[in-house]
Design a protein around this ligand. Structure first.
Ligand code: SF4
Length: 554
């Protein structure tokens, strides 16, 4: 039988470990590095280099011995393909050897079923090519042990059934259920994408999730703001030149999550190619801080998720439900920020009560139009009180005068900071959404308009007060940014270069702050929360969880 698509035997291994893992990787093309996968690549570095001849079965002499590494073979009958780490041959028999990074498990069969099945499929491929193959070996690098696996009838039947199960699962097009409270999950490379505990919790509200078992992402954005600056690549580093005299700095590519270019910065083509190869997005801002867009590779391969997003975006009911969630969370977080940071003796009771009522009205809105009205009223109420969170005149006649929100262009320093901060947040959300496979341009509350990242604007609603407004309040109140840090022109007010640098640093510090997730109660950085929320939206759009839980602070 001829199969249209060959299944990698590694995927069958994943299926036996957890069907959901195989679906995420094989059907939805999800992939994430974990300590285990990186370590695994290290262990494979020698066997991944092709070496040694692999004679055809009919050409093998009875007494010939062979050792061939990194051999690619497939089986048309089974519809599977494998890259063999090592094939050994002696006395007319061949033996596939598969390298594993860990220690040999102490179980009766001396190896787990996923690895045994994978190895057995390699043996069946060899048999189809005419070789005599009755057993294989697993080599455990950490304990330096070699375990023999006999391809008996029971194992062959399990291997064949597993291949068929993978094919049936892909044809059904339904993401299998997450494992419940399984010890497999914390070690799974896709735990941060799959979110097994979070999905189970949001369905049943029974067991709170274990802390997100994902290693913190140490890579950070690199910002370049320099008139006639240049970014090039040398070996594994970005070489950033900022002065006419060639002075500059360097940043390691593996520590870079995004490259953010502000203004007239020249990026060399080899450097852009390397960034694209490593899937590091490049974000472009005008000198004035306007977010122009970003460059990335072909985009995420998870078509299922984007299809679900587009389908939902045409469903008025769904759009309204999500829009209410976004607006309610935003008003809630504005209210919390005011309550926590109010500098006066008495809390602004009327404003807080008003915002509470706005929040309730947002939850009852019967149309997007009505919701826009509620949001506008809440924003006016909130920004009318915003100055109450800022320090007053510092005694030397220097203070920030804020009388309400204005933009395009902002006409006072506080509005200039808010506008610049929101532009940074749009960019952060756009890249986050694209990285998890969603289309930042198709939203539910914000309507599509050319060049407007509507979903990024939707998702950032609740994060405006949480990230940007709180950052503005902080840099003003701790004196990091002063009234003289702004350029006042007839066309509006803008940050001077040095102040912009300080604000960018404060914004990134804010994203690095750990918070307690209000729904899952574990500690997680704000930066990670953005990704978590984007993935939860994906889980909701794919029908796995009934509602999208937006982030609200206590
Ligand atoms: S995290 Fe758990 S449920 Fe999810 S794919 Fe991995 S093993 Fe399966």
């Amino acid at each position: 039988m001829q199969h249209e698509e060959l299944i990698p035997v590694r995927m069958v291994n994943e299926y036996v470990y957890c069907p959901r893992l195989a679906y995420l990787e094989w059907v939805q093309s999800e992939w994430a590095e974990s300590a285990d996968t990186v370590d695994g690549k290290f262990v494979h570095r020698r066997v991944d280099r092709a070496s040694g001849d692999m004679p055809a079965a009919r050409d093998m002499e009875p007494d010939e011995s062979l050792q061939a590494r990194s051999v690619l073979l497939s089986s048309q009958e089974l519809g599977v393909v494998a890259r063999f780490d090592l094939i050994e041959g002696e006395d007319g028999q061949v033996v596939p050897v598969d390298y594993k990074r860990g220690k040999r498990p102490h179980v009766a069969r001396r190896a787990y079923d996923p690895e045994r099945v994978q190895l057995c499929l390699q043996g069946l491929i060899l048999r189809e090519h005419g070789y005599v193959c009755s057993e294989g070996s697993l080599y455990f690098a950490a304990s330096r042990e070699r375990v023999r696996v006999a391809f008996d009838e029971e194992l062959v039947a399990l291997a064949r059934a597993s291949v068929q199960a993978v094919r049936d699962m892909a044809a059904a097009g339904v993401l299998p259920e997450p494992l419940e409270d399984s010890p497999k999950c914390p070690r799974c490379s896709l735990v941060g994408i799959c979110l097994p505990d979070e999905v189970c919790f949001l369905r049943s509200r029974k067991d709170p999730p274990r802390p997100l078992a994902v290693a913190p992402d140490d890579a950070l954005p690199v910002y370049v703001q320099a008139y006639r600056g240049k970014v090039a690549k040398k070996n594994d580093e970005l070489v950033i030149t900022t002065g006419d005299d060639g002075t500059g700095t360097r940043a390691r590519l593996r520590d870079t999550s995004q490259l953010v270019l502000l203004g007239n910065v020249y990026l060399t083509t080899p450097c852009l190619h390397e960034l694209l190869r490593r899937q590091i997005p490049v974000c472009w801002y005008s000198y004035g801080g306007w977010f122009l867009g970003y460059s990335c590779t072909m985009g995420h391969k998870n078509v299922e998720l984007r299809t679900a997003q587009y389908r939902a975006s045409f469903d008025e009911r769904k759009c309204l439900d999500l829009a209410r969630t976004f607006v309610r969370a935003k008003i809630h977080n504005c209210r919390t920020l005011l309550r926590r940071n109010w500098r006066g003796e008495e809390k602004p009771r009327e404003v807080l009560i008003g915002l509470q009522e706005d929040r309730r009205r947002a939850g009852r809105a019967r149309s997007i139009q009505e919701l826009l009205g509620v949001e506008g009223a809440a924003a006016a109420r909130y920004f009318a009180a915003f100055a109450g969170m800022l320090r007053e005149d510092d005694g030397m006649g220097r203070g920030f005068d804020f009388r309400g929100r204005n933009r395009r262009p902002p006409t006072d320093p506080v509005n200039a900071l808010l506008s610049f901060g929101y532009a940074m947040l749009v960019r952060t959300w756009s890249v986050t959404l694209a990285c998890v496979g969603l289309d930042p341009y198709r939203g539910f509350y914000h309507q599509p308009r050319y060049g407007r990242p509507a979903l990024a604007l939707d998702m950032m609603e609740s994060f405006r007060p949480l990230v940007v407004d709180s950052c503005v309040v902080r840099v003003i109140n701790n004196g990091e940014i002063q009234p003289e840090d702004f350029l006042v022109r007839a066309t509006g007010v803008a940050l001077k270069d040095g102040a912009r640098r300080k604000f960018i640093a404060a914004f990134e510090r804010r994203l690095s702050v750990e918070i307690t997730h209000p729904v899952f109660s574990y500690r997680v950085s704000c930066r990670r929360v953005l990704e978590l929320q984007a993935r939860l939206l994906g889980r909701h759009l794919l029908g796995e969880i009934p509602d999208y839980p937006d982030l609200t602070t206590r």
